[in-house]
Design a protein around this ligand. Structure first.
Ligand SMILES: NC(=O)c1ccc[n+]([C@@H]2O[C@H](COP(=O)([O-])OP(=O)(O)OC[C@H]3O[C@@H](n4cnc5c(N)ncnc54)[C@H](OP(=O)(O)O)[C@@H]3O)[C@@H](O)[C@H]2O)c1
Length: 278
């Protein structure tokens, strides 16, 4: 990636973790431009990584062949409209903004033939353990696809989906997913405290158990169902606990939860994709 220049529009949490990952992977910080209206953010990024900073978005993207949009979804429309004068067809646009569809981005950029990759990252990207799903429009070249993958892989795993509509399911699974696991941890810690453990002990054991289970699932080629069966001895304590969870229809609850999240993701995309009254 050494011959490429990347502009980040927005220098907040997501941009900071992506820039951190790129620099840690040997990408030249002088080839990273960042634009943000917040002077403090720019100073922090330039001190931390020696990136080149800008107060205005248009200047930041000049000379860059990759532009990463890392602003809030609500800001995307006005940001894209400001980039139009400096856009040309060789540039690759990568958006990490949740819920904004490619056709809306191309319209706001006023460039129907823009090469665009839409990414749905998740919050563990902030600790380099993210799970990002990506979709590229037909104008993205193979080389640009590889570049987008390298950028997102700097903060975790990056997986392509073959249809943009699958982003709603991705949002329901990995986008919102960290919150489901936090809720499960919260509930387990509460129950353990009720059973007499101190908050600190409950928290430490719960966190490490979640980490250990995820690590085992990642390291193993077995399905979660097989791994679960292996730790469930007949007549044992785990079996008793799982029986309670199945009885309470945990599977049904998760199915409902993911369906609700996917539906809402689609609704939000339609709302966010509307043009502001001008
Ligand atoms: N954080 C995550 O883990 C996560 C996960 C999934 C998806 N995402 C997506 O990533 C995007 C960025 O999220 P974030 O958490 O990094 O947000 P953030 O920390 O709020 O960063 C956004 C940055 O953009 C700046 N900004 C506002 N208006 C701008 C403009 N017109 N031009 C340039 N910069 C502007 C903001 O400055 P001010 O603070 O001054 O407004 C802020 O520094 C969002 O679209 C979100 O959906 C994030």
């Amino acid at each position: 990636m050494s011959t490429h220049k990347i502009a980040f529009i927005g220098g907040g949490n997501m941009a900071t973790s992506l820039i951190g990952g790129l620099v840690a992977n040997g990408f030249n910080a002088n080839d990273i431009h960042v634009a943000d209206p917040n002077e403090d953010s720019l100073t922090r990024l330039s001190e931390q990584f020696s990136v080149v900073t800008y107060n205005d978005n248009l200047s930041a993207i000049v000379g860059c062949d990759i532009v990463v949009l890392a602003v809030k979804p609500q800001q995307l429309q006005s940001v894209l409209r400001t980039l139009t004068p400096a856009w040309h067809s060789e540039k690759l646009l990568i958006s990490v903004a949740a819920g904004i569809r490619i056709e809306d981005m191309a319209r706001w950029l006023d460039t129907p033939n823009a090469a665009i990759v839409r990414v749905m990252p998740n919050t563990p990207s902030l600790v380099q353990a993210g799970a990002s799903a990506m979709f590229a429009n037909a104008l993205v070249s193979d080389e640009q696809q590889k570049l987008a993958e390298q950028i997102l892989a700097a903060v975790g795993i990056a997986i392509w989906v073959d249809d943009e509509s699958k982003m709603d399911a991705v949002t329901a699974l990995s986008g919102s997913g960290p919150a489901y696991f936090f809720l499960v941890m919260e509930a387990m810690e509460f129950a353990a405290k009720e059973l007499g453990l101190s908050e600190q002990v409950a928290q430490q054991l719960c966190q490490q158990t979640a980490f250990g289970a995820a690590k085992m699932a990642l390291a193993s080629e077995e399905s979660p169902a097989t791994l679960r069966e292996r730790v469930t001895s007949p007549g044992g304590t785990t079996e008793r606990a799982l029986h309670e969870l199945e009885d309470g229809d945990l599977r049904g609850l998760f199915e409902n939860a993911l369906v609700a999240a996917a539906l809402h993701s689609r609704e939000l995309a339609s709302q966010l994709g509307q043009d502001d009254a001008e």
